[in-house]
Design a protein around this ligand. Sequence first.
Ligand code: ATP
Ligand code: MG
Length: 546
Amino acid sequence: MIVDVHITEKSFGAKLLMQNVKFSVGNGEKIGVIGRNGIGKSTLFNILAETDTDFTGDIIYQRGVVAVATRQEYHDVHEKTTVLEYVLHGLPEYSELSHIIRTYPDTMGDDLRKINRYTDALQRFDDKGFYQVEEQIEREFKTFQLPADIAHRPFVSLSGGQKRLVEIVKIMHSQAHLALIDEPTNHMDYVAKDQFIDWLKHAREAVLVITHDRDVLREVDRIVELKDGGSQTYKGNYDAYLKQNALTTGTQMNDFEMVERRIENLKEKVITYQRLKEKSRNPGTIQRFKRLEERSRKELAELNTREKPTFWIDKESVSDLNYKTAAQYEKFKARNVRIKLRDNESRSKHVLVSARNLRLGYEAPLFEGIDIDLREGEAIEIRGRNGAGKTTLIKALLGDESITRFSGELTLDTGVRYGVYEQEVSPVYFDLALEDAIERLYLDRQLPISVTKIRGLLHDYLFDEGDGKIPLKLLSGGQKARFQLIAMLANDPQLLILDEPTNHLDLPSIEELETALARYSGAILYVSHDGYFREKLQGVVVELKV
Ligand SMILES: Nc1ncnc2c1ncn2[C@@H]1O[C@H](COP(=O)(O)OP(=O)(O)OP(=O)(O)O)[C@@H](O)[C@H]1O
Ligand SMILES: [Mg+2]
């Protein structure tokens, strides 16, 4: 066993996230961690990585175990830190050892203790293979098809997909016993994803991976699901999980229904005993009914403190449910995000986006000869590897003037209302409380907004009352993604531009987004490396290449 986890309480202010999260990780085991957005998965990793110590419970690592972690957010990385520095300083012991090696020769003099530490450091640096590591890392960047000079670029200047790959390279060189990887394949393209999955399959270290990507979940040995403050472990991969989940959810719904019935039953009993008590004349009988009434009230109070469990079954399994369970599920299923898109409108054949002979870059173009015609009711997929220029093309379409190495004809119909789903939240909103960010967003676009409207939006996107007061930067990745959906849909758009919309969203939310888009009457231009999503949208593919 590498680590035993038992968290008995973790809260943020009044919000209780975990009450009973309990599991352990064995040597070399690959475990997928799933759960709805904002449930506490990233928080759990912060606790495991010991960057968050504000919780009750025990995390017991076996002696000598080294754990490394990836991150979901990078806004605290210094703007001058290069990619190579970022990776090196993320390796266990590297910073400490290289600091000693660099500074001690000047300061140690004949301080014997320091001299010893210095020689130990040299030995350890060699043992860990750190003298060759820079070279290996650069080689690894190449296998991931990252640009040749990437190592010396500022880390913050990389695209979302590139940052992810760099994180994985960091993990691969960490020689840790346990790797904690938070949503690795968000922003990865298909080639990189294959390589990651291949590494995962063969890695000697134990891996705990948070992901909503089914291609990754197919390769794990076990799944730990965070739900309703607790955790549940399922043996096997995602397919096995879906089957077990449909079964256990069925049982749990039965239990819940029984509790509900018992509550109704007890309510009636209380009234009956009360009535009988009042009607009785005999003191002994009065006492007896009083006792019975009290006993029922007590049980009722106990049952009423139980919260309704969250019930979710994937759409495919739902279609296989028997009649009774399906009806139960319809009644009890967890609330999902509500995405409102224009539908059933008369469609015009009006061209909203058109491109002729587009080309990006001069001598060695990233792409050239691209033609696009997008009409209302149609969908187009922009396909290409990481760094192929997809986001740049979208920016140029939206009139970003900083994009210069661009030629050809690109027009967006001037009257069209469009909504953009961006990969990252604009820093303008980062420090605002969620409800203020929504207000600001509407005002910035000269759209009407009211307290009632904000409350409605919070509700539709599964935020609870308290979340409105939390600064956007503290929300979970998936909650930020839901804010991006609100931003995209604010002006009731006729054209949607979606850049990797399924990243960060949990599975029920992705299902909901796909359903809403399938009914949408406007035009859609999207970029996605999620095979399942692409299958659903069936857009005409425009491939960016030379
Ligand atoms: N410092 C903080 N102050 C207040 N609330 C916080 C803070 N950090 C996180 N939260 C809240 O805790 C909850 C759990 O967040 P966490 O990032 O762990 O979720 P997650 O399961 O990783 O979600 P996702 O799938 O969206 O990444 C969220 O509701 C978030 O808003
Ligand atoms: Mg998270």
